[in-house]
Design a protein around this ligand. Structure first.
Ligand SMILES: [Zn+2]
Length: 195
């Protein structure tokens, strides 16, 4: 399993009203997922495992740094045999109302199956009121467009929703999110091998 904690380094991602950075929440959930996966004997590679990122010396602007970082991540992911990518992000909306986790899948083979399974489990396990459905990810997301393995990006929740933000900041909720992603991954493989 390749775990991609979104953003990091010069790019904090979305910022909650209390200053919580998306990049930090993503990394906390990724660490939980790595621990659980390792415990279950699933080999894990992380696209980053700290808050900082090493950029090429010629990447001076934020845009150049982000572009270089995304390119490095894609190269890493595409160099791994039999990779399955779980990219971890948080959502943000200008109004406080929207909430609920959402799985967005790449166009590569089997991504849709994994995305739908993750979405179903997120709803059942964490939030039966969540009406969101798994959806194809926007073509604009460079990393998800360029990886060649099954890939799902999980928007775990909305940093703009105060209630959801508090949940996302708690270890117990992060642990549940990680468990859902791992369980779906394990089920996906069982299904995949039995096809
Ligand atoms: Zn993000």
């Amino acid at each position: 399993m390749v775990i991609d904690p979104g953003h990091g380094g010069a790019d904090g991602g979305a910022v909650a009203a209390d200053g919580t950075l998306e990049a930090d929440v993503n990394l906390q959930i990724a660490f939980r997922l790595r621990s659980l996966a390792t415990l279950c004997g699933v080999p894990v590679i992380m696209t980053r495992d700290s808050a900082s990122i090493d950029y090429p010396v010629d990447a001076e602007t934020l845009a150049a740094k982000k572009a270089a970082d995304q390119k490095q991540r894609v190269e890493l992911i595409n160099s791994i045999q039999n990779a399955v990518l779980v990219s971890i992000h948080q959502n943000y909306y200008p109004a406080a109302g929207p909430h609920g986790a959402e799985a967005l899948y790449a166009a590569t083979d089997l991504s849709e199956d994994l995305g739908k399974l993750i979405q179903e489990m997120l709803i059942k396990t964490l939030d039966p009121e969540n009406r969101r459905v798994a959806a194809p990810i926007s073509e604009e997301i460079y990393l998800m467009r360029n990886v060649n393995c099954p890939a799902v990006l999980v928007e775990c929740g909305f940093l703009s929703n105060p209630e959801e933000l508090e949940k996302l900041k708690s270890d117990s909720y992060d642990q549940k999110l990680a468990l859902v992603m791992l369980s779906a991954y394990l089920q996906y493989f069982q299904t995949g091998w039995n096809l």
